[in-house]
Design a protein around this ligand. Sequence first.
Ligand SMILES: Nc1ncnc2c1ncn2[C@@H]1O[C@H](COP(=O)(O)OP(=O)(O)OP(=O)(O)O)[C@@H](O)[C@H]1O
Ligand SMILES: O=C(O)C1=C[C@@H](O)[C@@H](O)[C@H](O)C1
Ligand SMILES: [Mg+2]
Length: 187
Amino acid sequence: MTPARHLVLVGPMGAGKTSIGRCLAKLFGLPFVDSDHEVEQRTGATVPTIFECEGEAGFRARERETLATLLAGPAAVLATGGGAVLDAGTRRLLAANGFVVHLHADVPTLLERLARDRSRPLLAAGDREATLRRLASERDPLYAEVADLVFDTAHLAPAEAARQLASELDRCWQPSHGRPVATEPAA
Ligand SMILES: Nc1ncnc2c1ncn2[C@@H]1O[C@H](COP(=O)(O)OP(=O)(O)OP(=O)(O)O)[C@@H](O)[C@H]1O
Ligand SMILES: O=C(O)C1=C[C@@H](O)[C@@H](O)[C@H](O)C1
Ligand SMILES: [Mg+2]
């Protein structure tokens, strides 16, 4: 059993960090926090607008500060942004303060899930498949560096993925507040 304050989800865009994370938080009776959403709240601007005004570097700085604050806060299921692991300091913080799950899905699955998405600036221009493949080759080693567990989300709807992941987590992770809710999601 690994006690860790936060349950942290890392992985590529479309892996399901936000959708599965929300279900998982209900199963574990923990608050759900989404890093992209928190950055938007703190900035008062959407992720695409931050990229447009401050570039990716500006977004990464905001993401780094936001994650550091969230990781110092109350225990939660924490969905990170797909590129959060790019920062070495963030990787150290994630590994030190959370049980980290790498949510994985193959590129064709990610492409299909994100086909209608217009909110991810890195996919706004160019060949989406090539971009997702390049990001995977750059980032997969970083996800592997921080991950305590890898979970494949392809072929599973978010609620089912959350149920199966929760039952795997029961064998290897203990929330610091105990596990008050069984494997059925709250209504
Ligand atoms: N397991 C799944 N099965 C089917 N569709 C899914 C699954 N997980 C996520 N999706 C769909 O894929 C899209 C992206 O999912 P989500 O926002 O959870 O990804 P994410 O990992 O949080 O991505 P990002 O890094 O960009 O925040 C959503 O439309 C969601 O409904
Ligand atoms: O993979 C990425 O770099 C990103 C993923 C999203 O979660 C957002 O953080 C943003 O669109 C960048
Ligand atoms: Mg997300």
